[in-house]
Design a protein around this ligand. Structure first.
Ligand code: 1HN
Length: 345
């Protein structure tokens, strides 16, 4: 859109002189800064679960959850190696906790989500309430909430962590602290928040005190039933299938201000139309088999796989059987700033 001026010896000499004063000419770089449409440095990528699972269990023999603080393998975008990023704003990792282990209590300004992939019997505690993690559950750990994990069960439990680490790093707004005790005190019975705030009611006179959802556990059982019913009654969106966003029931907005999370059902035989969105999106396959084409790459996925679609590359989903995809992105940030765009309405 913007043309780069021709280079002359006189201009080059000028650039060299001003360079010593930490000055640079905008007209030489403008074309790369303000581009007509997003062209992400991130690339599409796919991680097969089976391969990662072996490495996670190997990590389990190498280091304890306590020593590691969190025993996680980071899924790094191949174009952003070394940056702990799966997109420019989002982090993704797979965490394993073995029977008898605890991951100590801490809090930080980064927001986190957990999406449970395998195993049962572990809990995560968020600000005084524990929740037993079950496959497909979506759990949030909002900014500055105390959180720890434990596994009193008999099998390894594995989940996907999604955090806004790169975004908070860019803003230079990271604060963190450890709790003195390893495990935070439990002050509420299990399920309290879900019943108090997540049953289409709120306690009378209740007022929000934070920008995040008072519900922190979104059980898969509930989301799956909703998808099932809506798939029967339709309409099925040509690009998205049946796609829902997880909300803060007190505001109707996203569950957390920096990370949006979604769950979608692609009915058996679904062949989607292309959609472009400005939020680079991380997917986790919950059920089913299919393929997603992202730009010029096609990934054939199975349950528990992770794949990432960078901003604005056309995404096309196809499903061989009834498939359920969980996903997350920085959509709330983009929407709040009036930046979010989709090629589909
Ligand atoms: C964190 O606190 C957890 O609480 C997981 O399980 C991954 C990655 C970076 C920074 C903090 C957790 C994390 C993290």
């Amino acid at each position: 859109m913007f043309d780069r001026p021709t280079s002359t010896a006189e201009r080059k000499a000028f650039y060299e002189r001003i360079d010593q004063h930490n000055l640079a000419p905008l007209w030489e770089v403008l074309a790369g800064l303000v581009i007509p449409q997003p062209k992400s440095a991130c690339v599409p990528a796919h991680w097969h679960y089976d391969g990662i699972r072996d490495y996670l269990l190997e990590a389990g023999r190498l280091i304890s959850a306590k020593e590691a603080e969190r025993r996680v393998l980071i899924l790094e975008n191949p174009a952003l190696r070394g940056q702990s990023s799966i997109t420019h704003t989002m982090y993704c990792g797979l965490q394993v906790i073995l029977p008898g282990e605890v991951a100590p209590s801490h809090r930080h300004t980064q927001s986190a989500l957990r999406f449970v992939i395998e195993g049962e019997g572990a809990y995560t505690a968020v600000d005084g309430e524990r929740v037993t993690m079950r496959r497909g559950d979506f759990i949030i750990t909002p900014s500055w909430t105390w959180h720890d994990h434990g596994n009193p069960g008999i099998e390894p439990v594995i989940w996907m962590d999604g955090l806004d680490i790169p975004l908070i790093q860019m803003l230079d707004a990271s604060f963190a602290e450890r709790l003195d005790e390893e495990t935070q005190p439990v002050t509420q019975p299990e399920g309290d928040a879900l019943h108090r705030y997540g049953a289409n009611m709120l306690p009378v006179d209740w007022e929000p005190t934070t920008k995040t959802s008072p519900v922190f556990h979104y059980p898969y059982e509930r989301s799956r039933e909703t998808l099932e019913r809506l798939a029967k009654s339709g309409p099925v969106h040509p690009a998205r299938g049946i796609k829902m966003q997880f909300i803060n029931p007190a505001s109707g907005g996203f569950a957390m201000p920096t990370i949006g999370a979604f769950i979608q059902l692609l009915p058996k035989g679904f062949k989607g139309t292309p959609e472009q969105v400005t939020d680079g999106t991380i997917y986790n396959v919950v059920e089913g088999h299919g393929r997603t084409t992202i730009g010029d790459r096609t990934f054939a996925w199975s349950p528990r796989d992770v794949f990432v679609a960078p901003s604005w590359l056309p995404v096309v989903h196809e499903a061989d059987d009834d498939a359920v995809l969980f996903s997350y992105s920085d959509r709330p940030v983009q929407k709040m700033l009036g930046l979010w765009r989709s090629s589909v309405v």
